[in-house]
Design a protein around this ligand. Structure first.
Ligand SMILES: Nc1ncnc2c1ncn2[C@@H]1O[C@H](COP(=O)(O)OP(=O)(O)OP(=O)(O)O)[C@@H](O)[C@H]1O
Ligand SMILES: [Mg+2]
Length: 240
């Protein structure tokens, strides 16, 4: 850092001798800003999935949960060959299995399953919900939709995707189960989902954008595996 930069940081830290420098590579943009392009290109999509799920796998192996893995917290940088390198940022909500729960952990309740948040918020584009949000049209909460799914004929099939340990454990985070149910329902029954949220425009422009539903169903089924090597191998089998 040049002298001008050092002076700037010393000034905002109100001390000539002591200041924080936070190092992170300067990244070019968020996944959020280019999500549609990535989801429409199968090869970029599978590569992004591979890189981010490898990173989740590393965090998980070491006991960490990011807790906020949405598309604004994933960024890219193009390398010299114009290949996308993907990064997870914003560790402000992170928790660790061995640390006593922080104030935030207590407020938030049981930790989230990063892989499910990632699939739900980054790997599909729910165009119908996006339309309702954009036009400020109210629709039922996720909780209401999930409770309706549970009472429907579709639930028998959807239940098969919830890891058994989740169904049988008293300390399972209900939110994780709800998110699995909702995501599988969106993937497998998007037309019925649209009906449930009160979306009634009958045009193909509002399909679910997802290059590979079968892969996401597989990922969800394996979301509680000890490690994600099976998932990563499966992604590679789709990569060109
Ligand atoms: N390494 C980086 N390089 C370039 N831009 C970054 C970098 N880290 C963060 N940003 C930008 O800053 C934004 C916010 O960063 P971050 O997610 O870490 O904070 P935040 O707590 O979510 O802040 P806020 O909620 O106010 O957006 C990111 O969405 C991104 O646009
Ligand atoms: Mg953020």
């Amino acid at each position: 850092m040049d002298a001008k930069g050092k002076k700037f940081f010393s000034d905002i830290n109100k001390s000539p001798n002591c200041c924080y420098y936070i190092y992170s590579p300067l990244l070019e943009g968020t996944l959020d800003s280019i999500r549609e392009n990535i989801l429409k290109d199968s090869s970029l999509y599978h590569d992004m999935l591979y890189q981010i799920i490898s990173a989740i796998d590393v965090m998980r192996k070491h006991g960490f949960t990011h807790n906020d893995l949405q598309s604004q917290n994933i960024m890219y940088k193009l390398d010299t060959k114009f290949k996308y390198n993907w990064y997870i940022i914003d560790y402000g909500n992170i928790s660790h299995d061995d640390y006593p729960p922080s104030r935030l952990d207590k407020l938030r309740g049981p930790k989230t399953l990063d892989l499910i948040t990632f699939v739900r918020t980054c790997c599909i584009i729910n165009t119908a919900q996006k339309y309702l949000n954009k036009n400020k049209i109210e629709y039922p909460s996720n909780k209401r939709i999930v409770s309706r799914i549970k009472k429907s004929k579709y639930y028998e099939d959807i239940k098969k995707y919830i890891p058994n340990e989740f169904l049988n454990s008293p300390d399972t985070n209900e939110n994780n189960i709800d998110m699995i149910i909702l995501t599988i329902f969106i993937l497998k029954q998007y037309d019925v989902y649209k009906e449930y949220i009160g979306f009634n425009l009958q045009t193909d422009n509002y399909d679910l954008i997802c290059p590979n539903k079968e892969l996401l169903e597989f990922i969800i089924k394996k979301c509680n595996s000890k490690n994600y090597s099976n998932i990563l191998t499966k992604i590679l089998s789709y990569s060109k």
